[in-house]
Write a protein that binds this ligand. Structure first.
Ligand SMILES: Cc1ncc(COP(=O)(O)O)c(C=O)c1O
Length: 406
């Protein structure tokens, strides 16, 4: 079992090396573009900022104002939509899934729809084709939220590069991190130009001091991440606050879902970009190693009667930061979590609620009838696919899940 001083991370993020700080590498924009098979990638200060830049750009190109999002996703997404002065419209998910339900999508899309956001959650690849077909019929743009899926492929093509605009997160716990960061890609040259213009305008509305302070803070946090993103540091950096929140039944805080519309917007400095570009060189091997572990462990999990491990459609190859596991009922999920969440085993929850069920989002949506999304939120748990989660601990998790279902 994991030593009492140690803790695996809840998701498998790429650890930094001291060499990333001293050697660096030339251009994160260029290297990330090459990694995703694009000509250019634009770096933003977070995945949320990337979405905000994407939607602000689309808003300038159209008089439409509605943005359709899956009813189960990161709460920062509707907050970003609202901050753009746009209207988030919920689309229910497919039963037992996080992806947009095609029937619900058809029902909510109309001539007011500016964009549909297709979300690849936890490295799993969404059905972007079906979403694009429906969005195209009403003349809406498709934005891919690939915040959690850098390196995943849809039918041989990098996720984020299939729709009109793709957004990635380089935040803490993601495959590649610069502590706070994001990236935007677009196939169309004019769209890339518009995205750059929007980003520059948003940045120029802030003072130089604002940019310097945020960058200094993020650099320090990145150094802290280097120091503590390891089993011996994660208990301090992550586990103590988690268990404090769980003790007080503060589940939204425990899952990091206590989001605010007041997220920062600032430029990302060259030093953090060079650190990220250096780490990016190790990402393909890291994805290969974590995928190898995931495929083996996924088959063990899938053998447990009654549970569903979220997987990809044929032809899609996702990444595996963690397993998204759907339990048969909320009661079995809660029983398993009562034994595992606080136990330093990398088990937890993704988003606590369907979007409409967050107290701070209730007034954000006109309609909130999304039963599949609420059911998905009530029955899912996550299991880290960190290479630091040892075999004994993983088998212990499997046994607890089996007992909870039984
Ligand atoms: C699906 C999804 N979209 C957007 C975001 C926002 O990314 P960031 O935290 O980098 O702002 C996240 C964050 O985890 C996410 O999971």
């Amino acid at each position: 079992m994991t030593h009492w001083l140690q803790e695996p991370p809840p998701t498998a993020g790429l650890p930094l090396s001291w060499r990333d700080f001293v050697k660096g590498s030339a251009s994160l924009e260029h290297d990330l573009a090459t990694f995703t098979g694009q000509i250019d990638a634009q770096i933003e200060c977070s995945g949320t900022a990337a979405i905000l830049v994407a939607l602000t750009t689309l808003k300038r190109m159209s008089i439409r104002r509605n943005v359709v999002i899956p009813a189960y996703t990161c709460p920062l997404v509707p907050l970003a939509i609202l901050r753009c002065g746009l209207k988030p419209v919920l689309c229910d998910t497919k039963p037992n899934h996080f992806d947009l339900c095609p029937e619900s999508l058809k029902a909510v899309c109309d001539e007011e729809t500016l964009a549909v956001i297709s979300t690849h959650l936890g490295g799993r690849v969404a059905d972007i084709k079906s979403t694009t077909d429906i969005a195209t019929q009403v003349g809406a743009y498709v934005v891919e939220d690939a915040a959690q899926a850098l390196g995943a492929n849809w039918q041989g093509q990098a996720v984020g590069t299939v729709g009109d605009i793709g957004c990635f997160s380089l935040g803490v716990g993601k495959g590649l991190t610069i502590y706070g960061g994001g990236a935007v890609v677009a196939r169309d040259k004019n769209m890339r130009h518009q995205l750059r213009t929007t980003s520059a305008e948003l940045a120029s509305s802030k003072s130089t001091w604002h940019h310097i302070m945020w960058e200094a803070r993020r650099l320090l946090e990145l150094a802290g991440y280097y120091a503590l993103y390891r089993p011996s540091g994660l208990k301090l950096a992550f586990g103590l606050a988690l268990r404090r929140n769980l003790k007080k039944n503060k589940f939204i805080e425990a899952a990091g879902d206590d989001c605010s519309a007041d997220f920062p917007l600032h430029r990302v400095g060259l030093l953090r970009k060079t650190i990220g570009a250096s780490a990016l060189k190790r990402l393909p091997d890291f994805i290969a190693n974590t995928s190898k572990q995931a495929l083996r462990r996924k088959s063990l999990l899938s053998n447990i009667p009654g549970i569903i491990v979220m997987d990809d459609n044929i032809g899609d190859v996702g990444t595996w930061p963690y397993f998204l596991v759907l339990m048969p009922t909320q009661a079995t999920r809660d029983l398993a979590l009562s034994k595992l969440w606080a136990a330093r085993l990398g088990v937890g929850r993704l988003f606590i609620h369907a979007l409409a069920d967050y107290p701070y989002l209730t007034s954000a949506f006109d309609s909130s009838d999304t039963p599949n999304a609420s059911d998905f939120a009530a029955r899912t748990l996550t299991i880290s696919n960190s290479l630091w989660l040892n075999e004994d601990d993983f088998m212990h998790i499997c046994i607890v899940l089996e007992q909870s279902v039984a």
